[in-house]
Write a protein that binds this ligand. Structure first.
Ligand code: AMP
Ligand code: TRP
Length: 326
């Protein structure tokens, strides 16, 4: 049996190149390596914590599914499904809640960030978000979790909960490990000390941005004023972020990319990077447009995937219920 790999993203809007280079590109590569049994889902229960309208949520679900498929996730190779269609996720989250001290959730950086950002909607779901994430993982007995760097704290909690459950109720769950890419934390184009985030669209390059938008946003990306192209994340965070992004797209080390650009201007690097990214996503954009035009076929894939994943999750859930005494 191949080891099980699980990951998901929230359907909360357009994906940026941080999501792509930190997670989605890796999902496709890991799937195609043939080394894992892959489960990729839409975290549409997590998305509710941001309070979307029903219409927006529905649209975002189809859009993210199209992103997955256009990026190369293949229902013949991976199980692709919707979290909300599988009751075992929320059912396991409830049981895990009862072995999770409040203090461990109060420490979560993402919770603190989001609570500060959505002050009028600090709901209990936002607080409990990491426990549902732990359930998403443990209910498949997953061993490998490809995510960006910002999710590692949640993964650590998942490992703690697995260990705690196992020691109280007997060996039940595997302790999952994170899989990071070479760019686990892509920084904002506007402020290289902050991570690229959907909450600040001008600092993002979205993967379905037009070539003109990519060019415009990169031209305005914050760098520094000394003009020397050198990879030095401490002293030159903005420029080094651009070099990191460039190197991730060409599969080269960022120092090597800096050497290739020696003697050139920042504007040369920005222009070449814009072309590189626009070119990289040209096929993606066409594929996504074709998929979005056929929502019924996307829905069919999700229904079939959710059925498959549900059967696996139900089995684990039956074991958990027995272990706790039901
Ligand atoms: P989210 O949009 O929060 O559901 O994130 C989806 C995935 O993208 C997660 O694995 C995140 O860790 C990853 N991710 C989000 N922002 C970044 C970033 N700026 N750099 C690298 N990975 C990221
Ligand atoms: N919390 C993740 C994010 O914001 C999404 C997610 C939910 C997830 N459940 C998961 C990722 C399980 C990996 C495994 O990106």
């Amino acid at each position: 049996m191949k080891p099980i790999l699980v990951s998901g993203m929230q359907p909360t809007g357009r994906l940026h190149i941080g999501n792509y280079l930190g997670a989605l590109k890796n999902f496709a590569e890991l799937q195609n390596s043939g080394k894992y049994q892959c489960y990729f889902f839409l975290a549409d229960l997590h998305a509710l914590t941001e309070g979307p309208s029903p219409k927006m949520l529905g649209g975002n679900i189809l859009d993210l599914a199209a992103d997955y498929l256009a990026a190369g996730l293949d229902p013949k190779k991976s199980v692709i499904y919707q979290q909300s269609q599988i009751p075992a996720h929320a059912a396991l989250a409830w049981i895990l809640n009862t072995i999770t001290p409040m203090g461990e959730l109060e420490r979560m950086t993402q919770y603190k960030d989001k609570a500060a950002r959505q002050v009028t909607n600090v709901n209990a779901g936002l607080f409990d978000y990491p426990v549902l994430m732990a359930a998403d993982i443990l209910v498949y007995n997953a061993q490998f979790i490809p995510v960006g760097d910002d999710q590692l704290q949640h993964l650590e909690l998942t490992r703690t909960l697995a260990r705690r459950f196992n020691s109280r109720f007997g060996a039940t769950f595997a302790e999952p490990k994170g899989l990071l890419t070479q760019t686990p934390r892509v920084m904002s184009l506007k402020d290289p000390h902050k991570k690229m985030s959907k909450s600040d669209p001008e600092g993002c390059l979205f993967i379905d941005d037009s070539p003109e938008d990519i060019k415009r946003k990169l031209a305005r990306a914050v760098t520094d004023s000394d003009g020397e192209i050198l990879y030095d994340p401490e002293r030159k965070p903005g420029l080094s972020n651009l070099l990191d992004i460039y190197s991730a797209f060409v599969g080269k080390d960022p120092h090597g990319v800096a050497i290739d650009f020696e003697g050139k201007q920042y504007s040369d690097l920005k222009a070449e990077l814009a072309e590189l990214i626009a070119g990289h996503f040209a096929k993606f954009r066409a594929k996504k447009a074709a998929l979005v035009a056929k929502p019924a076929s996307i829905k069919k894939i999700l229904v079939a995937g959710s059925k498959k994943a549900g059967a696996v999750a139900d089995k684990k859930m039956a074991e958990v219920k027995k272990k706790v005494g039901y």
